[in-house]
Design a protein around this ligand. Structure first.
Ligand code: 6PG
Length: 481
């Protein structure tokens, strides 16, 4: 009897996805480059299941029913191409290769096109939720060749997380759309994590809260509008004690790692000319944290005043919660705004409401408030910016004062709040009918004859002034980056 799907790559995500598929009644074949891992898996975690193992790619492909579905859960990059090259001669027209790693969407664009030339259907899919999500129900974001969707749909939608009876998995779009949306998910993940870290530092260093008190604050936040997976696990982290009974979090070195998806998101925003300031700051905050030794030296050379907080703690905690929420809304507004631009630029035809639904469960950024995003797009499918939706307008109004107070607290206590404060700068800039870019244009024209438009003339008409009386009348060509 042939099996319905094959999976290559038995690291923890691969293994857990296989077990999840098996739980849902799908017969799965597995292969791993180090073949002993296949036997180990079959003799341990997969013991007693219907999973079958293969010791060569030929045997693996032979065990699959047609059209074959081969899912790769291997390291993003060259390894994916190497497997694709080995699979091409073994597969037949109409077979499907799925890449479930964190691949760069441009690689997925290329792979979808080149595989389609040889008659194979490629899907690049985001899979979010970590180890646990893969085992019990991740968020799955597939894109690529739409001809493959109907075949993989029953499997993917069955194994994904379900919220209110709806699967957190739907077709995202052509080419690299699935991996693009997963990249944005990860960028937002970076932002959410950094926001929580800034709240943590203000509460602990600024207000002097200990781990138990932090646990209590986060626990309360998790009951309300901030309710989310990342707040929930942070609550758990504050409660976790090391062997000596002290909070483990305080013993962890303050240098953050990263695998690059947040950086890709920020680079993409710069490429498309989109202000994705919060995620950009979150990436840079990780970079700054990694310069530990240099920071220690700087802390001695440039010591802080160490002002002490002297207000009402309960009110300040409430304000920090407001800041966390408002800045989070900004981050999602920026992320969805970037997707809107990318959808246009790359022809992805993204459905923003569906994306919010896919992120409602299973993934790392899952939260209650994604429902409000879904509702905003239900009302206005082509909404320009989430901040213009009624829900967001009201939420920003409510959190505004507390958010400002929080940023001021950081300034007073000399605690850096790059995401809280950059989000506020975006918010104030975004709702400014007038910005000081008139002066900037004057400067550009002054030193480089780059020209400017005038408020009393139609858009698209460019002027140059001889600012010093010594310049020429020739203007530089108008160009955009
Ligand atoms: C997910 C995560 C996951 C990511 C890790 C690590 O959605 O399950 O986004 O895909 O690999 O979170 O990312 P960094 O190492 O870049 O923090």
């Amino acid at each position: 009897m042939k099996v319905q799907i094959g999976l290559i790559g038995l690291a923890v995500m691969g293994q857990n996805l296989v077990l999840n598929m098996n739980d849902h009644g799908f017969k799965v074949a597995v292969f791993n480059r180090t073949t002993s891992v296949v036997d180990e898996f079959l003799n341990t975690a997969a013991k007693g299941t219907n999973v079958v193992g293969a010791h060569s790619l030929e045997e693996f492909v032979e065990s699959l029913q047609t059209p074959r579905i081969v899912m790769l859960m291997v390291k993003a990059g060259d390894v994916v191409d190497q497997y694709i090259d080995k699979l091409i001669p073994l597969l037949s027209k109409g077979d499907i290769i799925v890449d479930g790693g964190n691949s760069l969407y441009t690689d997925t664009n290329r792979r979808t096109a080149s595989l389609s030339e040889v008659g194979l259907n490629f899907i690049g899919t985001g899979v979010s939720g970590g180890e646990e999500g893969a085992r019990t129900g991740p968020s799955i974001m597939p894109g690529g060749n739409p001809a493959a969707w109907e075949t993989v749909k029953p499997i993917f939608q069955a194994i994904s997380a379900q919220v209110d009876g709806e699967p957190c998995c739907n077709w995202v779009g052509d080419k690299g759309a699935g991996h693009y949306v997963k990249m944005i998910h990860n960028g937002i993940e970076y932002g959410d994590m950094q926001l929580i870290c800034e709240a943590y530092q203000l509460l602990s260093e600024g207000l002097g809260l200990n781990a138990d008190e932090l646990h209590a604050v986060f626990n309360e936040w998790n009951q309300g509008e901030l309710s989310s997976y990342l707040i929930e696990i942070t609550t758990g982290i504050f409660a976790h004690k090391d062997a000596d009974g002290s909070p483990l979090v305080e013993k962890i070195l303050d240098t953050a790692g990263q695998k690059g998806t947040g950086k890709w998101t920020a680079i993409n925003a710069l490429d498309l000319g989109m202000p994705l300031t919060l995620i950009g700051e979150a990436v840079f905050a990780r970079c700054l944290s990694a310069q530990k030794e240099e920071r220690v030296r700087a802390s001695e050379r440039l010591p802080k005043e160490y002002a002490v907080f002297s207000g009402d703690k309960a009110i300040m905690i409430q304000a920090i919660g407001d800041a966390l929420y408002a800045a989070k809304l900004i981050s999602y507004a920026q992320g969805f705004r970037l997707m809107r631009e990318a959808s246009k630029e790359y022809g992805f035809e993204l459905n923003y409401g569906d994306i919010a639904l896919m992120w409602r469960g299973g993934c790392i950024i899952r939260s209650q408030f994604l429902n409000s995003i879904k509702q905003a797009y239900n009302k206005t499918p082509d909404l320009e910016n989430l901040l213009l939706d009624d829900f967001f307008v009201a939420a920003m109004k409510k959190a505004n004062a507390g958010w400002r107070k929080t940023v001021m607290l950081g300034i007073e206590l000399e605690i850096a709040t790059p995401t809280f404060s950059s989000a506020l700068a975006y918010f104030d800039g975004y709702r400014s009918a007038k910005l000081p870019a008139n002066l900037l244009q004057a400067q550009r024209d002054y030193f480089g004859a780059h020209t400017y438009e005038r408020i009393d003339q139609p858009r698209g008409k460019f002027f140059h002034t001889d600012w010093t009386g010594q310049g020429g009348i020739v203007s530089a060509t108008t160009y955009t980056v």
